[in-house]
Design a protein around this ligand. Sequence first.
Ligand SMILES: *Cc1c(COP(=O)(O)O)cnc(C)c1O
Length: 390
Amino acid sequence: MKDLENICLSVEHDFEGKYQSVAPEIVQTSSFQFQNFAHYVQVNTAHEFAYTYTRGDNPTLEILEKKIAQLEGAECGRSFASGMGAISGTILSLVQKGDHIIIVNTVYGSSVKLIQQLQKFGVESTKIDVQDTKEIFTYIKPETKMIYFESPSSQRFEMLDLELIANVAKEKNIYTVIDNTWATPLLQNPLKHGIDVVIHSCSKYIGGHSDIVGGIVLCRQEIMQYIDDFAHILLGATMSPMNAWLAIRGLRTLPVRLKAQEKSVLEVIDFLKQDIRIERIFHPTCNGEKQQALANRYLKGYGSLLGVVLKDASPDVIERFVDALHHFTLAYSWGGFESLILPVFKGNNQAELKQRGLAMGQLRMYIGLEETEILIDDLKQALDYAYNKD
Ligand SMILES: *Cc1c(COP(=O)(O)O)cnc(C)c1O
């Protein structure tokens, strides 16, 4: 962990610019000059590297890419305009008509929708729910080209056995792609366990201040080649230099933020565990012994995004609880400084929840950087209000 923290803080990647500035330069330009016609020809015919256009390469983006690649132990990284840009870019670059994708457990909703939409291009998919990693392999077909998953997963925060997935997939020439946003590059490094591609939304913990949207893909050069040739240049979901700069700034404090938030989330979980109005908690530390064993094996620490289920929750109880909270903001996204709450029930989606196996009273909770005591007091008073009907 120490080495990784140093990579976040180190400025060794950061000042190839003119001024030896401690903060990296934001190279906010769309285009770069060629030295002369001979240089222009050289770059185009001999494929000599030069910065030419920001949709291709930009020095500020490169700093971010190098830093996160080093954190993940990747040969290379490519930044994108959003997490979904990184996800769609990766998938569209690696599959083609006739291929089949397996989606495991409660993956981020938009990723599932994207993969299912690919049917119109002749890419089939199967969305599965498994208790045990080895069940995944019973869904492999001759056409299966990719296993797409999160570990811990969105909503239920279930862990999978990364090495088992990597080993079986390698034998069958199947790409393994993990969305590692929950764990950040500090708490879990799937490439080191044999997974082919790691994706992060930089909009969450990496940015860390709820002020950017961005994404990044990490993998070995042999795979990045496909992403570079197709998605990166042609789909055009390029991160802006300003957002890359903010993501680099976010990385500086990621180690201390994660430590503070891990301590806080474990204390909040201790409180929630002893409150009878909480029916269930979803977090790698609360999902049973087998899940805890996987967490011990793969995670170097805990993220502060979790799920809770309110007991006997009616829409009325959910509304009273959410509206009574003073220190948890009702908002999408997570990973910033501020604590958040988000019910899975949106007013009219009971059928969808049933189909996804989610309880009406389930909420996603994100523990931010506020004092833990303030957050626990806030949860306590909101639970009292929600369940006290007079
Ligand atoms: C937010 C999120 C994404 C999508 O990232 P954007 O930057 O919003 O496009 C993907 N996966 C997970 C787990 C996320 O939380």
